[in-house]
Design a protein around this ligand. Structure first.
Ligand code: CP
Length: 360
């Protein structure tokens, strides 16, 4: 089945003359995902007991609620306060794909707030390895032991499907090339800390947006929270899916689609570089794809506004770096601060989902 969507409306104020407009074609797996997402509950001001899988579940008031609780968690962390809001709760971290930030910040968020944390970081050591239990059966059994799941899975549909058939809520820790909403929450919170607000600000996404799930979620969050402008910079093979551009423009955010970073760097309050997700491309394509996006340099950042900030969701592939060593030492490099915010945001999210928040 092939569905042609009228996404990425031509004619909006942008530089699409740089990259010829291509109608976005939604394939069968993407259509299936959209149908699943439609069935997910809206947050509607109340996170309790609801899985958080896709940004389409959220409205600005939900994000504001989460950020309010995050402010509390952040202050507690800064003050070194011991907290036990999640005491008596059990959280499972079920990672069928590698992770450093999402997994360990979730572990520190839950365990550091009194929850009991169990889980795995690959099938190895679970019955899904030598005994060939299905991933679905693995998490359905885990569901009987815990009150909340954080699940990462390489297939786009696995997490949304489980959100519809598990008894306990899930934080989507990344579903293939789909979404990564808790990354969007921490990106948005980081930007509020760095720039004061999202509303009216201009953001440039630079790198692999076709497979980069963090870009899909974060672009939606920024638009939802009133970003003035989102620029998507990549060669056409790595560009943002038209479906996401369509959603972003629906919030009234101006978009620019180009393969030339020089065209938009002056209009960038925060530059968000994305790793090329080589593991999600066919092996035969990887060599060509790997070298398509140049590294960010301090000279490039110098061309931006004075207050430009540099973000990256991580990880950076050291064999195919996204920025130079000088950027890592630059005052505008906020990547580790961004990672740090993951703990506060995820703890706040868990409190809201498990009805242990101070706000709400
Ligand atoms: N940003 C992110 O998802 O990083 P990890 O893959 O290390 O969790």
């Amino acid at each position: 089945m092939t569905v042609t969507a009228e996404a990425a409306t031509p004619g909006s104020a942008n530089l699409r003359d740089s990259i010829p407009f291509q109608p976005h074609v939604i394939d069968e797996s993407e259509a299936r995902l959209l149908v699943l997402e439609e069935r997910l509950p809206k947050i509607d001001g109340n996170f309790v007991g609801k899985s958080v899988v896709a940004m389409s579940q959220c409205e600005p008031a939900d994000i504001e609620l989460l950020f309010k609780e995050t402010d509390i968690v952040y202050r507690e962390e800064q003050a070194g306060e011991a907290t036990e809001n999640l005491k008596g709760k059990r959280v499972a971290l079920e990672f069928f794909e590698d992770s450093t930030r999402t997994r360990f910040s979730s572990d520190a968020a839950a365990g550091g707030d009194g929850a009991h944390v169990i889980g795995f970081s690959s099938r190895a050591g679970t019955s899904g390895d030598g005994k060939h239990e299905s991933d679905e059966d693995t998490v359905k059994n885990m569901d009987r032991y815990v009150h909340l799941h954080v699940i990462r899975h390489p297939e786009d549909g696995f997490v949304p499907e489980r959100a519809l058939d598990l008894q306990h809520p899930i934080i989507n820790g990344g579903n293939g090339a789909g979404e990564h909403p808790s990354q969007a929450f921490l990106d948005g919170y980081t930007i509020c800390k760095l720039l004061g607000q999202i509303e009216g600000k201009r953001f440039t996404f630079y790198g692999d947006m076709i497979k980069g799930r963090t870009g899909h979620s974060t672009a939606q969050l920024l638009a939802m929270m009133g970003a003035a402008e989102l620029n998507f910079v990549a060669p056409i093979e790595l560009q943002m899916p038209g479906r996401i551009i369509h959603i972003v423009e629906g919030y009234g955010t101006r978009t620019t689609v180009t393969d030339n970073i020089e065209e938009v760097i002056e209009r960038t309050d925060a530059l968000y570089r994305l790793r090329t997700q080589l593991e999600r491309f066919a092996k035969a394509k990887r060599a060509a794809i790997a070298s398509m996006v140049p590294m960010v340099t301090t000279q490039l950042l110098d061309k931006g506004p004075d207050g430009i900030q540099f973000l990256h969701p991580g990880p950076e592939d050291k064999l195919n770096p996204d920025y130079t060593p000088e950027v890592r030492r630059d005052r505008r490099y906020k990547v580790l601060f961004q990672a740090e915010m993951g703990l506060s945001v995820r703890r706040a999210l868990m409190r809201l989902m498990l009805d242990r928040a101070n706000v709400a």
